[in-house]
Design a binder for this molecule. Structure first.
Ligand SMILES: [Zn+2]
Length: 158
C-alpha cells in the first residue's frame, strides 16, 4: 500500500486525482502498476486500477489475473469493481473509503450484489488515513487554485 501511495503522488504531479494502484502476484512480485490518467489522456476509463490491470495483463499475456492481489489507495468505483471481477484477481486491498462513488460498501455493494462463481477477498481501510488525507489535501489545494484563478480573472475585467 505504501508503494501504491507513492504512485498516487505521480498522479498528483500530473494534476490528476491522487490515486495509485499496484497488482502483485502470490510471491509479492509487481505485475502492474497505475495511477489516475483520465485528464491527461482524455480517457474516462483511465483510473489507477484499470491502468494497473491493463499493464499486468499485458505483462503476463493473459486477461485472467489469477492468484494476484490489487492494492489501491481509494475504494474502487463500479467500473473498476467490474474490471476487478472480470480479471479474476484473488484479493482486493484498498485504503480510503469513497462515500461518493465507492462500490465496495460505501456507496454501492458491487461484490455482494453481483453474484458470480468467482469470489474476491476484500480488505478495506489499510493506511486509510494517509490515503484519504492525500486526497483531501489535493482537493483543498485545487479549490484554492480555482478561487485564485477567479480572483485573477476578475482583476482582468478592470
Ligand atoms: Zn474507478
Amino acid at each position: 500500500m505504501r508503494y501504491a501511495l507513492s504512485l498516487a503522488d505521480k498522479a498528483e504531479c500530473l494534476g490528476e486525482i491522487p490515486v495509485g494502484a499496484v497488482l502483485v502476484d502470490s510471491e509479492g512480485n509487481i505485475l502492474g502498476e497505475g495511477w489516475n490518467f483520465s485528464i491527461t489522456e482524455n480517457d474516462p476509463t483511465a483510473h489507477a486500477e484499470i491502468v494497473a490491470l491493463r499493464n499486468a495483463a499485458k505483462k503476463v499475456q493473459n486477461y485472467r489475473l489469477l492468484n494476484t492481489t490489487l492494492y489501491v489507495t481509494l475504494e474502487p468505483c463500479t467500473m473498476c469493481a467490474g474490471a476487478i471481477l472480470h480479471s479474476r484477481i484473488q484479493r482486493l486491498v484498498f485504503g480510503a473509503s469513497d462515500y461518493k462513488t465507492g462500490a465496495v460498501g460505501s456507496r454501492f455493494h458491487f461484490f455482494d450484489d453481483y453474484q458470480m462463481n468467482h469470489k474476491v477477498e476484500i480488505t478495506g481501510g489499510i493506511l486509510a488515513q494517509e490515503c484519504s488525507e492525500k486526497l483531501s489535501a489535493f482537493f483543498k489545494k485545487r479549490r484554492q487554485q480555482k478561487k485564485q484563478e477567479k480572483i485573477n480573472s476578475s482583476k482582468d475585467l478592470y
